[in-house]
Ligand binder design. Sequence first.
Ligand code: KG4
Ligand code: ZN
Length: 343
Amino acid sequence: MITLGIETSCDETSIAILQDGVLKANIISSQEFHKDYGGVVPELSSRAHLQLVLPLLRKALSQSEIELKEIDLIAATAGPGLIGPLLVGLSFGKSLAYSLKKDFIAVNHIEGHIYSGFLMNEKPNFPYLCLVVSGGHTLALLVESESEIIKLGGTIDDAIGEAFDKVAKLLGLGYPGGPLIQKFSEEGDPKFTAFPIAQLDNRYDFSFSGIKTSVLRFIENNYKSSEIMNLAEKENVAAAFQKAAIEPLLRTIRNATEEFDVKSVCIVGGVAANKKLREEVEMLGEQRSLKVVIPKMEFCGDNAAMIALRGQMLYKNGVRHDLNENAFPRNPINLFRQRPGLV
Ligand code: KG4
Ligand code: ZN
């Protein structure tokens, strides 16, 4: 079975071809020009997706040595994400399905991330603890099967990736902030100062806006503005922030693996690309004899391979969508089963 995956929910245009379990192509084009604006400009992103989807499809087909007519299923991201960019990929997918008379599945982007561990040779085992750490989401989930997900908790304010991006901006490092904070942290001292980590009623919830505000106050109190901070000072603040941002994730892994019988731990989404986070989680896994699956870099950020995989998974479970499926900017309220009495 050959599945074509299409992903355009934010600033990555991506097209993938998955033949049964073998990934034939996963072409990702990141829209670098948003850097000049300090964040993603939705309308510019939509236009770039429009220009890129067709050339990327051609590239993916030629790399896979597969013809369009050989494709059995078209899977496109329907949401959550930026509505304009989503509409480009979704409409493209639906048009292809209509004109080629192929089956179609509208994929939830977050579900794409959640099951992205299955793109790896070493796959997670059910039930697994999944931490979704991206620019728009921070979730702690118990993934029981291909169709059952229990939400343990999530962020009550900013997403973790958003905090990385905002702190990078406060330090004047640029955009996107995650990789820059990582780079500056490498030379910095994480013990330079301790930013506070929130303790919430539900121990599986997260809060990142407090850490971000503490960084702001720290800069104001000690330097007045980031413009007069020297390189070493920026590196130290970046390292101390990164430490404080990662710690709640490690705490969640410790708590959840003690409370629930999880067979693996999976960290997914853009922030899972963070080197320090990967090292710390691998180390925790070794200490506690836990199987840790963190997708390789290519599958951490937004990519169509995970969309093709999730589409194929749903298709094999009997799901079919018609061409009335619409794009949605936010997650449907009942996407995950809530843990009784908690969330
Ligand atoms: O999953 P993703 O590509 O897009 C969303 O669905 O949000 O995640 C993007 C987020 C951004 O906030 C970016 O700064 C962050 O992932 N990110 C990182 C790293 N690489 C990307 N955060 C920390 N360290 C990184 N190395
Ligand atoms: Zn994403």
